[in-house]
Design a protein around this ligand. Structure first.
Ligand code: SAM
Length: 234
């Protein structure tokens, strides 16, 4: 059975889509999509030999070799121009996901939708969308086995569109997530706030330097954004 995390990614892949799942590991996501969503075609991309072999084995044993092409390579280099209209990347840090997109820009021409699940630093993905004309169109936040995950969906469009009210808050916390105020969202940011307050306290005890002053101001700004976002509770 697919994890809630990957099932949430799968929700945003449409029937008939041609997808590339980059960093596919065991290829659970493309296998699920081929069996349950009716995608036209999938590439399972992997840079590492072990995961690549595990993907090949699973695709073969599921009898899905006609639909899923397992390919070894770095990031989007496994895609031929025009081959896919949707890219999924899940289970990596936000910075690694954006570097994969940045390095593979020439492969994004035919791509209509990105479905990304960063384990950390969703803000770096939102920033990359802003700079590259991708419009964030939906976000989800879920909790599974004590961990909280964010899923970001983007399409080509006006990248400023989601940030009309408070850009800094939207970039850090996610404009759709701020609006929805899910339990997982409140839990995540309550914990982050506590953590940043603890670091702030430790800096207050340390000798004051230009660096600590700047760091403290940065922390205060972020703590304020969180407090503002969390007080929207009815
Ligand atoms: N996507 C799966 C999931 O969410 O369950 C697997 C996540 S796994 C933690 C991350 C995978 O990404 C690893 O198998 C790793 O080899 C692969 N990976 C890391 N960097 C990559 C890159 N530049 N190109 C392709 N795959 C990469």
């Amino acid at each position: 059975k697919l994890s809630v995390r990957l099932a949430t990614v799968a929700k945003y892949v449409e029937k008939g889509a041609a997808i590339a799942d980059i960093g596919s590991d065991h290829a659970y996501l493309p296998c699920y999509l081929a069996k349950n969503v009716g995608i036209r075609f999938a590439i399972a991309g992997e840079v590492a030999a072990g995961p690549y072999q595990s993907a090949e084995k699973n695709v073969l044993s599921e009898g899905l070799s006609d639909t899923i092409s397992v390919r070894m390579g770095d990031g989007l280099e496994v895609i031929q121009p025009g081959e896919v209209d949707c890219i999924t990347i899940a289970g990596m840090g936000g910075a690694l996901i954006t570097s994969i997109l940045e390095n593979g820009k020439d492969k994004l021409g035919s791509v209509k939708r990105l479905v990304l699940q960063p384990n950390i630093s969703a803000i770096s993905i939102r920033n990359w969308f802003l700079g590259n004309n991708w419009e964030l169109v939906a976000e989800e936040i879920i909790e599974e086995d004590g961990k909280i995950y964010e899923i970001l969906i983007a399409e080509k469009g006006d990248p400023d569109n989601p940030y009309k009210t408070n850009k800094d808050m939207g970039l850090l916390l996610g404009p759709f997530l701020v609006k929805n105020q899910d339990a997982a969202f409140r839990k995540k940011w309550t914990a982050e706030k506590k953590n940043w307050q603890r670091i702030y306290g430790a800096l207050e005890g340390a000798a004051e330097t230009a660096e600590t002053i700047e760091k403290k101001q940065e922390l205060l700004n972020k703590i304020k954004l969180i407090e503002e976002a969390l007080k929207n509770e009815e």
